[in-house]
Design a protein around this ligand. Structure first.
Ligand code: ADP
Length: 493
């Protein structure tokens, strides 16, 4: 029977933890394939062979070939800490360079991103059709974000093609390039239409996924609804409403092994629900690390994330002077927009011992902050799923979040009428005033020890591991197969 039979799944992504990570996509690509494998499916992960990945892992050469005049070697390795097979698309010209997968040293997109990811997509499409003779053809290709948007385009006319799922992890990143690049990439002229790859005179990679995949999903049910509206649609809400029947939302899980305060080797003191009083040791360690005035009674707030407009950093900057009139401390870890980095650093200099800012990307520090803080701030303007609030819940670090996307789906406000399952604090709107008001509620609740423990208890007892969501993906793959088969039967391919 289709429902229960194991599937062969090719999971295509531009990053996967722990090999290469810039954000939540890597967390998902590093843990969902493993969860699917645990359900009995045969999953292969395919990634670009970035320099940092190639130099970090033991690998075996499968074959070398030419792709549109570029030398490509396909390597095989295993996702560290798992049995998931990883294929690396190694094209030195495009991927053998240091630094960020998408941005150059100046923080600008690599000048040849269109060519880099078009090549990646074309190789993935050939893998999907087993054109290299590896003796393995997937039933489903699971594509993720714009970097894989041309995979469905390349496969759309292939007889006997796998079913195609395209997951949107963040609609704000669309892979937009010039009309000239569309020509250079030798894409079929028939694709230059507003209902195909053209987007206001530009080539849109993400539209390849949205238009040509059998099914599309986002990483939370609320975000799946939001992106069909103008304020959240980034210009694609019309198209998304049009394909609404093929669009759904599945909440991300978390890697419950990696993010577990009971076994986390990166924190000063391990703890769990029963030994919650030990969490304070991590707080004191964090205060020491950041030269904050030591003291368990002072509420310690935290924020980790990309310092970009999406994350509402400007809202926090607007309320910080007022917030800091109260006895509290705040630790911020992030990098991104240079101006925001500078504003935060300057503010930290004005509040020594109370406000600490670490500019950079530091996985270990992220763990220590989750373990040491009391309250976690996520005032995002939009949030497809958000992982940090999930890590915070797991670590008993109660989140203050805006009422959007995956934040709305996972955080239950302490003041809700049915407050029995409350696990944090939800802002009434996305605004500086709401952030100030909700943070104040969280602070007053922090001093009510019993209520705080109740909320921590709710937060830490929740199960955000991948099990349920992996089952939901399994169901979505089946729907994608049905849609593909229906399309064939209707002759609409
Ligand atoms: P997004 O994908 O929009 O960046 P998510 O909340 O979905 O946001 O995922 C962000 C992931 O990246 C989390 O695992 C978070 O801990 C991590 N992260 C973001 N910025 C940093 C940083 N400066 N240092 C360490 N980890 C970070």
């Amino acid at each position: 029977m289709k429902e229960s039979s194991p599937l062969k799944i090719l999971f295509a992504s531009s990053e996967a933890f722990p090999l290469i990570k810039t954000g939540g996509l890597a967390d998902v690509s590093g843990s969902l394939p493993r969860a699917l494998q645990n359900l009995g499916h045969d999953v292969r992960l395919v990634l670009p062979g970035y320099q940092v990945v190639m130099s970090a892992c033991k690998r075996r050469r499968l074959l070398s070939f030419e792709q549109e005049g570029h030398e490509v070697t396909l390597w095989q390795t295993t996702l560290p800490g798992s049995r998931v097979t990883v294929w690396l698309v190694d094209c030195a010209e495009f991927f053998d360079r240091p630094g960020n997968p998408y941005l150059d040293a100046q923080g600008e997109p690599w000048h040849d991103n269109a060519q880099r990811f078009a090549l990646f997509c074309r190789v993935v499409a050939r893998l999907a059709m087993d054109q290299f003779g590896l003796g393995w053809q997937p039933d489903v290709v699971h594509c993720n974000d714009w970097q894989t948007g041309l995979v469905p385009v390349a496969l759309r006319h292939e007889p006997g093609r796998p079913a195609l799922l395209f997951t949107v992890h963040n609609l704000a990143y669309q892979g937009l390039f010039s009309r000239q690049l569309f020509t250079e990439l030798r894409l079929d002229e028939a694709l230059w239409r507003f209902d195909r790859l053209e987007f206001h005179g530009q080539l849109s990679f993400i539209k390849g996924g949205l238009v040509f995949a059998d099914r599309i999903n986002t990483v939370s049910p609320t975000y799946a609804q939001e992106i069909q509206t103008e304020p959240f649609g980034h210009g694609l809400d019309g198209l998304l409403r049009h394909i609404g029947g093929r669009l759904s939302g599945i909440l991300n899980g978390i890697d419950a092994r990696e993010w577990n305060p009971g076994s986390d080797k990166q924190i000063a003191q391990r703890y769990n629900l029963r030994t919650l009083n030990k969490k304070g040791v991590n707080k004191v360690a964090l205060q020491r690390e950041f030269r904050l005035t030591p003291g368990e009674e002072t509420p310690l707030l935290a924020l980790i994330g990309r310092l970009v407009e999406q994350k509402g950093i400007d809202l926090l900057l607007a309320v910080l002077p007022e917030l800091l009139q109260q006895p509290l401390q705040l630790v911020i870890l992030g990098s991104g927009n240079r101006l925001l980095e500078q504003q935060l650093t300057e503010l930290a200099a004005r509040y020594p011992g109370r406000l600490a800012v670490a500019i950079g990307y530091d996985e270990g520090l992220a763990h220590r902050i989750e373990a040491g803080a009391d309250i976690f701030l996520m005032p995002s303007r939009f949030e497809p799923c958000g992982l940090n609030q999930l890590y915070s819940l797991r670590y008993g670090t109660l989140p203050v979040v805006s009422p959007v996307g995956g934040l709305a789906d996972t955080v239950v406000d302490a003041d809700t009428p049915h407050g029995g399952s409350a696990n944090g604090f939800v802002m009434a709107a996305v605004s500086a005033e709401a952030l100030l008001a909700t943070t104040r509620s969280a602070l007053s609740c922090f001093h009510d020890k019993q209520r705080w423990r109740e909320l921590q208890h709710n937060a830490m007892s929740e199960d955000f591991s991948w099990g349920k969501s992996a089952q939901a993906y399994r169901e979505l793959y089946r729907l994608a197969q049905d849609d593909r088969d229906g399309e064939r039967a209707n002759g609409r391919v």
